[in-house]
Design a protein around this ligand. Structure first.
Ligand code: MV4
Length: 584
């Protein structure tokens, strides 16, 4: 078995991995950026090492710093979580060449599934079809027109080397083909560095259903059941569930077997997910996610398995002790993502800041995977997922009601959260009936009346005599407890960090007036520009959408006024601090 695992991640997924390691008696090594010195994953790990830096690029994506910590800590394996290094083959090869185990798939499997054309070809070779289309790069718009005449409209043009929802264009008829091909290629080049695109039929009301698989190094590959992730907005999932509603058993089995074929075709090992679009009783291969996913707990609830435990056991070379017909599929699980975002008016504006109060739900059938506790700060630099709330019930309706009860018990103050939007989804007729699709939140669900404000809770100010201080000794985190005279300057200084954080949070609730030169907080790509010169904007409204680290973030007006300059266009790359819009 593995002895010491370094978790190259932060937030709830780092906490999730640490928990299973502790249960298995495996030592854990956390790494942290300057902003995460006191983060929950750091507090829970056996050892923690500073990476330095604030942004992800400076810290959690700093290969040299992480390789150095691997060496210093003596970790024999690395769990990458999701995001960051989870699908980075250079990183996987770098650690493997040092004799350290990468807790994930072989790099070759990541590569095959890394682009749409090669993954589509691999799936097809295994007898699993994607959406009807052409598995070749488009050379001219005539090919689109010919394909449309053959199979009918609409069609989708997709980036061959893309991912997520970026760069997809819907072509409604032959006259749109040339212009949309050109813009799809231009966007593909700017997002992904390669302009190649291909075409397939466009499904107008699909559900996103994905199949969890587990594969060991002994040739055993099993499917564990599906997750319906159709409740999403701008390719950010909001709610996931298993089993999918109105999803027949024979289709489940066929999808499971298809997922196993795709996994085998790319030599997959470890936990993975095969994504499908499902419409009118047919499913189509979309892509494979070669990592543990955010929504894995719903599968854990219905199967009773610990997916992280199996990742670790598989990485250690163990053989699966399960067989396909002994895998349980009990009851129904639902997960809602609690993000630090303000869903008012359906806008989902990032709401970083200090969490001043966090009352966690509990009781029967409730699981909360949080990356933060009260007093912790959600930084603008990272994914703003605070926690995942997961419930189990023996039927879908019982799980849905249990989720509403658990949300009622949850109180988060200091930052706005997506919970009000989750309640709107869970209580809507389409969700109750299971008739929602991937386009439903954006096209049918009306969130315009939603209005929430980040309430800043009272900051407790009791002076304690005991002081717990975190120090770094040669870059390694150690906790020191000081007992100091009440009211002394040292005692006040030592208690400064949490109080400062709380004050920042309460200020962020108020709409402060800025300079009017709106800047982006991090490096990324502009995906949408919402204002033009001459528009009147109010402080707090989104002016551009910035994509960074696979997340779309809205960048907001910092004051009320008239737009006098727009410095960016969709597809532009920007660096932290770049001015995008000027308001006077
Ligand atoms: C599609 C589609 C309809 N027809 N392909 C968007 C993300 C990318 N990975 C694939 N996506 C889609 N591909 C065809 N031929 C609809 C989507 C889609 C979608 C897919 C999964 C989850 C959410 C989605 C939201 C909008 C569109």
């Amino acid at each position: 078995m593995l002895k010491k695992v370094l978790i190259a991640n932060r937030g709830e997924i780092a906490v999730r991995v640490i928990r299973t390691c502790r249960e298995m008696g495996i030592a854990t090594v956390a790494v942290y950026s300057e902003l995460d010195r006191d983060a929950l994953h750091v507090r829970l790990a056996d050892e923690a090492y500073a990476l330095g830096g604030q942004t992800a690029a400076e810290s959690y994506l700093n290969t040299d710093a992480i390789l150095d910590v691997i060496e210093r800590s003596g970790a024999d394996a690395v769990h990458p979580g999701y995001g960051f290094f989870s699908e980075n083959t250079d990183f996987a090869r770098a650690i493997t060449s040092r004799g350290v185990t990468f807790i994930g798939p072989p790099p070759e499997a990541i590569e095959v599934m890394g682009d749409k054309i090669s993954s589509r070809l691999a799936a097809e070779a295994a007898g699993v079809s994607g959406v009807p289309g052409r598995s070749q790069t488009l050379e001219s718009a005539d090919e689109i027109v010919a394909f449309g005449e053959e199979v009918g409209w609409p069609l989708a043009i997709k980036a061959a080397y893309g991912g997520g929802g970026r760069g997809m264009k819907v072509v409604n008829g032959p006259d749109e083909a040339a212009e949309l091909l050109e813009s799809a290629q231009r966007e593909a080049l700017s997002y992904f560095g390669r302009s190649e695109c291909y075409v397939e039929r466009y499904l107008t009301w699909p559900r996103h259903i994905e199949m969890q698989i587990l594969a060991d190094t002994h040739g055993n590959t099993l499917w564990l059941g599906e997750r319906d992730c159709s409740a999403q907005r701008r390719h950010q999932k909001l709610i996931e569930e298993s089993p999918a509603a109105n999803f027949p058993d024979d289709i489940r089995r066929a999808m499971g077997e298809a997922a196993v074929k795709v996994s085998r075709a790319c030599g997959y090992v470890n936990a993975g997910t095969v994504e499908f679009l499902y419409q009118d009783g047919e499913f189509y291969f979309l892509e494979m996610n070669t990592r543990l996913q955010v929504e894995h707990p719903v599968t854990e609830y219905v199967t009773g398995l610990d997916l992280v435990e199996w990742q670790l056991r598989i990485a250690a070379g163990e053989e699966l002790t399960l067989t396909q017909d002994t895998i349980a599929h009990n009851g129904h699980a639902i997960e809602v993502r609690i993000n630090a975002e303000d869903p008012s008016g359906g806008r989902f504006t990032p709401s970083p800041g200090a969490i001043t109060r966090f009352d966690q739900p509990s009781g029967p059938g409730v699981r909360l995977d949080a990356g933060y506790a009260a007093g912790d700060t959600v930084s603008q630099y990272y994914d703003n997922l605070i926690a995942k709330l997961v419930v189990w019930g023996d039927t879908r309706e019982k799980a849905r009601r249990r989720m509403l009860r658990a949300i009622e018990e949850t109180v988060i103050e200091g930052v706005a959260t997506t919970l009000p939007a989750d309640v709107a989804i869970l209580t809507s007729e389409d969700f109750v009936n299971g008739t929602h699709s991937t386009k439903w939140v954006e096209e049918r669900l009306d969130l315009s009346a939603l209005s929430v404000s980040a309430t800043a809770g009272a900051v407790t100010d009791d002076e304690r005599v005991r002081r717990d201080v975190t120090a770094e000794v040669n870059g390694r985190r150690v906790n020191v407890t000081l007992y100091l005279p009440e009211g002394s300057a040292v005692a006040a200084a030592a208690s400064g960090a949490p109080k400062k954080a709380a004050k920042r949070g309460s200020q962020s609730g108020a709409a402060a007036t800025g300079s009017g030169s709106v800047t982006v907080p991090m490096q990324g790509t502009i995906v949408k520009v919402m204002v033009s010169v001459g528009d009147t904007v109010e402080a707090g409204t989104a002016v551009v959408i910035l994509e960074a680290m696979k997340m779309e973030n809205s960048v907001n007006a910092d004051k009320t006024g008239t737009v006098t300059d727009v410095k960016v266009a969709p597809g532009d790359s920007v660096s932290a601090g770049d001015i995008v819009v000027v308001i006077e």
